[in-house]
Design a protein around this ligand. Structure first.
Ligand SMILES: Cc1cc2nc3c(=O)[nH]c(=O)nc-3n(C[C@H](O)[C@H](O)[C@H](O)COP(=O)(O)O)c2cc1C
Length: 159
């Protein structure tokens, strides 16, 4: 039988989404794949150039293209920017082939997640969406329990 591989793909500017991604990887045994930009945002440029790119639905260049060929179940994580996903994650989900993959979305935010999960679903129409979960105010919390509960709820087991 072919082994079912899992990955956690994420972008994080200030560490919150990274924290959740690492917890999910620890819980599931998935490979952890950080999306790095060729021209990384700073906290300042995120609020200027980054926001501009969100509204333009830009696909900024990333350092290594993410190859999802070997993975059958993929967690995709992003901070919420202006109620939607960040540009480098837009690059990944529009460029890589997620067709037929089992997808679980997660995001981190400060209280307003907008329509982010609808946006994800609209882009990844040919995937099997297994779950979605938002994590609020991650910086102030120990999120381990919340992650474990979600991962268990969606019946994710070590492969
Ligand atoms: C440019 C920008 C836009 C943001 N827009 C939102 C938003 O629409 N709603 C919200 O709740 N938080 C918003 N935030 C806060 C981030 O989503 C939140 O701090 C997130 O956890 C950061 O994740 P990270 O540490 O992985 O980068 C925004 C932050 C930035 C920098």
């Amino acid at each position: 039988m072919v082994e079912k591989k899992q990955a956690v793909i994420y972008y994080s500017l200030t560490g919150n989404t990274k924290k959740i991604a690492e917890l999910i990887a620890r819980e599931t045994g998935a490979d952890l794949l950080s999306v790095e930009m060729e021209k990384p945002y700073t906290k300042f440029s995120a609020s200027t150039k980054g926001v501009f790119q969100v509204f333009r639905q830009s696909r900024p260049r990333i350092v290594d293209e993410i190859d999802v060929t070997d993975y059958s179940r993929i967690y995709i994580g992003t901070p919420v920017w202006c109620g939607t996903l960040v540009p480098p994650i837009n690059t990944v989900i529009r460029n890589a082939n997620f067709s037929g993959k089992e997808i679980l979305f997660f995001c981190t935010h400060k209280g307003s997640k907008g329509n982010i999960f609808k946006h994800f679903r609209d882009i990844l129409k040919d995937s099997k969406i297994l779950g979605e979960k938002d994590f609020q105010d991650v910086v102030d919390k120990d999120s381990a329990k919340e992650v474990t509960e979600w991962v268990t709820l969606v019946k994710i087991r070590k492969v």
